[in-house]
Ligand binder design. Structure first.
Ligand SMILES: NC(=O)c1ccc[n+]([C@@H]2O[C@H](COP(=O)([O-])OP(=O)(O)OC[C@H]3O[C@@H](n4cnc5c(N)ncnc54)[C@H](OP(=O)(O)O)[C@@H]3O)[C@@H](O)[C@H]2O)c1
Length: 248
């Protein structure tokens, strides 16, 4: 692995499991010092911290519920304090609530927006106060911003579509400062949130995928590493799908 991110400092939200954990390890393997948040998995967070440290970088786990705006700001400040700055922010933490419209609760609606949308804005606002030219903001959106082919997922799809408008607008705020902001929009990826086996997974693979398989967390982390790196400096305000043809 090359070390294109050496001397960079990254914060990844939701880095204890799934896609976020793979991003932590990938950025660390490219030489970045990494901080990451988690909400309720201290053991997994500890494991990922040790894995990153094993790659020879500084690593730091921060307990911070993304639904709590003050905790998100504090996580950014702690990253800056402990790592000496912030160059890369990956807004990955997300929740998925699926229910038919008649049963969807306002509590789930509010939590989805708080974690999937408001925290992205809050972390970005806090991070760009410290970011210099060359800074990178990368949000994990979803291919469901492009296509939501089954019932019950409207609120989740809305939360990920909101990120498209957010990066388009914020790219105009941040462009003059030399900071880019983009979304990576995965299709089905094998994690606790979306197990790759079972009736639902088989239905997705058969009916909706051009490539009839789930993506891996490493495939998503690879695209994030590209957007975090020096070769992607002319990409901003974009929502890039990596979805096995789900939205094709
Ligand atoms: N898997 C997919 O098919 C897929 C597809 C498209 C987009 N995505 C998006 O990719 C992102 C990661 O999903 P995933 O599949 O890796 O999910 P996951 O396996 O459920 O892992 C979620 C991660 O986010 C953290 N997290 C959840 N809620 C949090 C909160 N309120 N505050 C702080 N951290 C929180 C979790 O921390 P704890 O361990 O402490 O709970 C965990 O580290 C999400 O934004 C999701 O919407 C996933």
């Amino acid at each position: 692995m090359n070390h294109t991110l050496k001397n960079k400092r990254a914060l990844i939200t939701g880095g204890s499991r799934g896609i976020g954990a793979a991003i932590v390890k990938r950025l660390a393997s490219e030489g970045a010092d990494v901080a990451f948040t988690y909400s309720s998995s201290p053991d997994q967070a500890n494991e990922i911290t040790q894995a990153a440290q094993g790659l020879g970088v500084r690593a730091l786990a921060i307990q911070a519920d993304s639904a709590d705006a003050s905790a998100v700001v504090a996580a950014v400040e702690q990253t800056v304090d402990k790592l000496g700055g912030i160059d890369i922010l990956v807004n990955n933490a997300g929740v998925l609530a699926i229910a038919p419209i008649d049963d969807f609760t306002l509590a789930d609606f509010d939590r989805t927006l708080a974690v999937n949308v408001r925290a992205v804005f809050v972390a970005t606002q806090a991070a760009v106060k410290h970011m210099k030219e060359g800074g990178r903001i990368i949000n994990i959106g979803s291919t469901n911003a492009e296509r939501m082919p089954f019932a019950g997922g409207g609120v989740y799809a809305m939360s990920k579509s909101a990120l498209q408008g957010l990066v388009q607008g914020l790219s105009r705020d941040l462009g003059p400062r030399g900071i880019t902001i983009n979304n990576v929009q995965p299709g089905p990826v094998a994690t606790d949130m979306n197990p790759p086996e079972g009736e639902f997974a088989e239905m997705l693979k058969k009916q909706f995928m051009a490539l009839p398989r789930y993506g891996t967390v490493e495939e998503i982390a690879g695209m994030v590493a590209y957007l975090a790196g020096p070769e992607s400096g002319y990409i901003t305000g974009a929502s890039l799908t990596i979805d096995g043809g789900f939205s094709a």
